[in-house]
Design a protein around this ligand. Structure first.
Ligand SMILES: [Zn+2]
Length: 257
């Protein structure tokens, strides 16, 4: 690689804090957070300085489980929001379902990550109908109560204008009530858009914080955001092919390459 190219890669890594998004740095963040805050769940009435930690699982349940285990080490419980209509994982797959159950067994809550763009009719009545439908499916599949939901890509299709605190008997994490009383920080797209979580926790100026962490952005080693997604996609493809190979092997068929 020529010097100019490698310099621009380095400056990008610095500008977008690539090194923030590793498991080891996540550990550091949890440690700092615990010094100044307690961790609460959605629906809390607590007035002491606290954090509600939430994960929208857009790409990888494997990464979600990795973070769930780290949080458990710190005795922190958070809420993992799963999609029924993801292009990147399938909650009905046995291996994925096992991982979601593991996350729940670590003491974390599960919420519904709802994709409004999937549905054509955007009337309140229709949104509620589909929220009810997805909630029921998720609840039956996991044999648990689903009492909270988050919109996937809320900037699209005006999801943020839906400001009710509860819909379909679930708390809406983007409701006006929550937005107004919590400082909100998110790692969307694999970088910090406004403030850096490390600085926010260290400065300790906010009393109530809602942190949105997408598990895919937090890997074992340092990578660019697209590489982190690519890694998950390639791992999934690899596992799918391994399934094919193992089926042929166990049924003693020729695996013709
Ligand atoms: Zn999402």
């Amino acid at each position: 690689m020529n010097t100019q190219k490698s310099n621009s890669k380095l400056s990008k890594a610095k500008k977008y804090h690539f090194a923030d998004f590793t498991e080891s740095h996540y550990n550091v963040l949890l440690k700092i957070a615990k010094k100044n805050y307690i961790f609460e769940k959605f629906g809390t009435k607590s007035k002491v300085p606290h954090i509600i930690l939430r994960h929208d699982v857009d790409f990888s349940v494997h990464r979600a489980l990795a973070l769930a285990k780290l949080e458990k080490k710190h005795n922190i419980s958070s809420t993992y929001f799963f999609r029924l209509r993801s292009e990147f994982y399938n909650i009905f797959e046995k291996s994925i379902l096992i991982k979601i159950n593991e996350i729940m067994n670590l003491g974390h809550e599960v919420g519904l990550h709802f994709d409004l763009t999937f549905y054509n009719k955007k009337t309140q009545k229709n949104i509620i109908k589909n929220l009810n439908l997805e909630k029921k499916i998720l609840s039956n599949l996991l044999n648990t109560k689903i009492s909270v939901f988050s919109f996937h890509n809320p900037d699209i299709k005006n999801a943020l204008s839906i400001s009710d605190y509860r819909l379909s008997n679930m708390i809406n994490v983007y409701s006006k009530k929550i937005q107004n009383s919590y400082y909100y920080i998110s790692d969307s797209n694999g970088y910090w858009r406004y403030s850096r979580l490390f600085d926010l926790l260290k400065n300790n100026t906010e009393n109530q914080i809602q942190i949105l962490i997408h598990p895919v952005w937090w890997q074992k080693s340092i990578m660019s955001p697209r590489m982190r997604v690519r890694r998950c996609v390639e791992q999934r493809a690899k596992r799918t092919l391994e399934t094919y190979d193992s089926i042929l092997k166990s049924s003693k068929r020729n695996n013709i390459k």
